[in-house]
Design a protein around this ligand. Structure first.
Ligand SMILES: [Fe+2]
Ligand SMILES: [Fe+2]
Length: 191
């Protein structure tokens, strides 16, 4: 499939508002990938796919997740399933099989420890695309250009604070990922 065909297929699956979000993520992921030295083509592909299943009803998400043997730990927070399912169906529906691209799609909502550079870029692009607006965004946007790990650390903290304020569940891997990024920053290590 060409990128244009992928774009059209994604557009047909989403509301205009969500599709504008996806276009923003594609544009931001492309820029961040170039800035931080990972493949912009892979970043754009993951960005096009990341919310492909975002508007599926809960029942369809749960059923498809079971069919594709998505790990049961992701069922506890339904908001996480759309990325895992998009990654599971991408080889068949889009002809995309690159594991790094698929992992960037899988973990774009929760993050996880040991994220690849591509996973970090897509995670952040989703958080800071031009259509997003929340109090910490200006700082995270600025840092995303200069210090990817610091931007990621603040983005994780921001997400976790947001979930706590709304009494929403926090996925354990997100906490592990957040602790890992802060450890990297404080130890001065880069993984
Ligand atoms: Fe998403
Ligand atoms: Fe998204």
């Amino acid at each position: 499939m060409t990128e244009e065909q992928i774009r059209e297929k994604v557009q047909s699956a989403l509301s205009p508002k969500r599709f504008r979000h996806v276009e923003g993520v594609v544009q931001t992921a492309d820029r961040l990938a170039r800035l931080h030295g990972t493949d912009p083509d892979h970043a754009r592909l993951a960005a096009w796919l990341h919310d492909y299943c975002r508007e599926w009803p809960k029942e369809k998400l749960l059923q498809t997740a079971k069919q594709h043997s998505v790990n049961e730990m992701f069922f506890e927070v339904t908001e996480l399933l759309h990325g895992h399912i998009a990654a599971a169906i991408a080889p068949e529906e889009f002809g995309i099989a690159d594991e790094d691209v698929l992992n960037a799609v899988r973990f774009h909502t929760s993050g996880r420890p040991n994220m690849s550079l591509l996973e970090k870029v897509v995670f952040l692009a989703d958080a800071i695309e031009p259509g997003r607006d929340y109090p910490a965004i200006a700082e995270i946007r600025k840092l995303a250009e200069e210090d990817l790990h610091m931007a990621l650390a603040l983005s994780f903290d921001n997400t976790i604070e947001y979930l706590i304020r709304r009494q929403q569940p926090i996925f354990p891997l997100t906490v592990v990922a957040r602790n890992e990024i802060w450890r990297i920053l404080k130890d001065g290590r880069v993984v």
